[in-house]
Design a binder for this molecule. Structure first.
Ligand code: BF8
Length: 635
């Protein structure tokens, strides 16, 4: 048991890891062990394979100025590798945003029956921002023109992206002065690839500043588009109770797990599992019904809007199959481990890929098309039901872990709840900070990584922050980790929060940690911070606020892009493990120090989540001092 306790703090995961060990089924933790020692050049960012004169690698231990065959210095190589990570992360988020735009565009033309406009108010507000005429037009006409205008933002060649104009004025001015105001989403990503091609940009600072521009085109571009249009198409979330962890799988029902990121298929599956034909078929096959659960960010999308249970976060995807109770797992894009097919082959589980961008050898592929979304959803669920009788009853081991949570917070509804009334104002939140009831705000986001004990970083950091009167907002796998530890309930405030935060939570009945959605929904945090600035009394820019961000268990390139757009927006950001940049002292000192003078924020790396929380708290205290705020009420 010791080994599994070292791998995860979550009891359900420990239980499944034990099974994996007994049955000799390797998981990500075993593969990480087998991979040791990992490539030191790669870890430090010192390996360049951007051309065929290489691969080149720079000796990390020499003081001599070594270069690659082309003459690229260690600074250039490290900076180039780093911004290629940003470009890949921004591409993933933004392509997700583009797919949602495509669904809206089809729905507006009546070509995708499964979708409709679910939030007309938001549609009209966004249309006004994009200068789309609203008066006297149908919602479909408005939506079609809006989708076209948003498509244009992806490929914009001149001018500026629309959504960054939502940022505080001072920040916009800074971005313009620095030449990092993003133009088109695709343009910034393409330019990142161009600049890092052999023989282009060798000035590491110039390379890194373009990295920030690319990241901004994600946070204030592709991701924000994904969030806004998902709200319009699938409805804007409201606080909603639900359940989380592997115990949400049912021994008596057909278990369908949706895993990945985009809500275009999963949202339709929510309706399809309730279809009388489906319910009837499930009964015919001896099941009590169909139990739909989510995994990773697709889970967060349908949790936020429909209260669908969450089976787990990134490191639990293999463990879900190890229960022997998953009849079908359908996946779309991002964070889907290629190892799933081999784990599934040890059980009756059917694995189905659905995106033309993500197929896997030997895995059933049922291609998703928005035009036939409902039929395709039903086809996949029927396949799950047909597979139910193939379950081996003796093989099923579902852990008895099934926690309550409340999710569904947004930049718009946070103020309603914190206000204690339905006034559309951030005043009560700002006042709570100004008067010292709250110390500040923190966003804790990002992945799991088997290099860090599963969920440990997220949970310990969040607990330390709330104990110190910091209101925490969470997304992605971090939100799921906290939910599994019971932190996303109003009761958690009494157990773990400091007195000031407790008072705020008690007054309005909210958890001390607010789940604001999937990883693209980090854009909700940017908007919330902007609203705090605009409300007044806490400075003129996001960098003036007593706020901080963190990704204690990050692993994906998307997390790199997220970190960079938070820093570029003025948020001090702490990572649980370093970026692969330590091979260059100059790049490291630029990102972890000098950039604060340029952008008003910087990165820090700290593996201990409690120490990391204190870096964030110290930062908030410095900002409080600079703003001459009152001392904290209870600390
Ligand atoms: O986009 S937090 S492991 S699931 S990358 Fe992936 Fe990381 Fe989870 Fe969501 Ni975000």
């Amino acid at each position: 048991m010791d080994k599994v306790k070292k791998r995860s703090v979550d009891r359900a995961s420990q239980y499944m890891l034990k099974r994996a060990e007994e049955e000799h089924i390797p998981t990500a933790w075993d593969r990480l062990e087998a991979m040791q020692p990992q490539c030191g050049f790669g870890q430090l960012g010192l390996c360049c394979r951007n051309c065929n004169m290489g691969p080149c690698r720079i000796d990390p231990f020499t003081e001599e100025e070594q270069t690659g065959v082309c003459g690229a210095s260690r600074d250039t190589i490290v900076a180039r590798n780093f911004i290629r990570m940003i470009a890949a992360g921004a591409a993933a988020h933004s392509d997700h945003g583009r797919d949602i735009t495509h669904a809206l565009w089809l729905a507006a033309q009546g070509k995708a029956d499964a979708y409709g406009i679910k939030d007309e108010e938001k549609l009209e507000a966004l249309a006004c921002e994009y200068e789309v005429k609203v008066d006297g037009r149908s919602k479909e006409e408005i939506a079609e023109e809006l989708a076209e205008k948003i498509f244009a933002d992806f490929g914009r060649q001149h001018g500026e992206l629309r959504m960054p104009l939502r940022a505080p004025e001072k920040r916009i001015k800074l971005w313009r002065e620095l030449g990092i105001m993003p133009r088109g989403v695709d343009r910034e990503i393409v330019e990142a690839m161009h600049r890092t091609h052999i023989g282009v940009d060798t000035d590491y600072k110039n390379v890194l500043m373009h990295g920030f521009r690319t990241a901004l085109s994600d946070g204030w571009g592709g991701s924000m588009i994904a969030t806004e249009l998902s709200d319009i198409l699938f409805k804007t979330p409201r606080p909603i109770p639900a359940r989380v962890n592997l115990g949400t799988l049912s021994p008596e029902e057909v278990n369908v797990v949706v895993h990945g990121h985009e809500p275009t298929l999963s949202d339709v599956v929510v309706d399809a599992v309730r279809d009388p034909e489906i319910v009837e078929l499930a009964r015919e096959k001896g099941a009590k019904g169909v139990n739909l659960v989510g995994m990773c960010c697709t889970a967060n999308e349908i949790l936020m809007r429909h209260g669908i249970p969450v089976a787990g976060n990134f490191l639990q995807q293999e463990l879900a199959i190890l229960t022997g109770a998953v009849d079908l797992m359908m996946v779309d894009v991002q964070c889907i481990m290629p190892a799933l097919s081999s784990v599934a082959s040890s059980f009756h589980t059917k694995l189905v890929t659905t995106s033309p961008k993500n197929k896997a050898p030997g895995v059933t592929h049922i291609e998703f098309r928005e035009e036939e979304a409902y039929e395709i959803a039903k086809k996949i669920i029927k396949m799950a039901i047909e597979n139910f009788p193939n379950r081996n009853g003796n093989e099923i081991r579902i852990p008895d872990e099934n926690q309550e949570l409340v999710a569904g917070f947004t930049a718009e509804n946070i103020y309603n709840f914190l206000g204690g009334t339905y006034r559309a104002t951030y005043r009560p939140l700002n006042d709570a900070i100004v008067q010292g009831r709250l110390r500040g705000l923190a966003g804790v986001v990002g992945c799991n990584n088997p290099k860090i004990k599963h969920n440990f970083g997220h949970i310990e950091m969040a607990k330390e922050l709330i104990k110190n009167d910091v209101l925490v907002v969470v997304t992605g796998c971090s939100a799921i980790a906290d939910a599994e530890a019971g932190l996303l309930t109003p009761e958690a405030a009494f157990k773990y929060a400091g007195k000031g935060l407790q008072e705020v939570c008690e007054a309005v009945g909210i958890p001390p940690i607010l789940h604001v959605g999937s990883c693209v929904d980090n854009s909700r945090i940017l908007i919330a911070l902007t609203n705090v600035v605009n409300e007044g009394g806490l400075g003129e820019d996001i960098s003036d606020l007593p706020v901080a961000g963190a990704a204690p268990e990050w692993m994906s390139e998307k997390a790199v892009s997220i970190g960079c757009y938070f820093v570029a927006s003025g948020v001090f950001t702490v990572l649980g493990s370093p970026f692969p940049i330590l091979g260059s002292k100059n790049v490291t000192s630029f990102l972890c120090d000098e950039v604060e003078d340029i952008l008003g924020a910087k990165f820090a790396f700290e593996a201990d989540p409690v120490k990391a929380a204190h870096l964030m708290i110290e930062h908030m205290d410095r900002k409080r001092k600079a703003l001459k705020l009152k001392p904290l009420m209870y600390q």
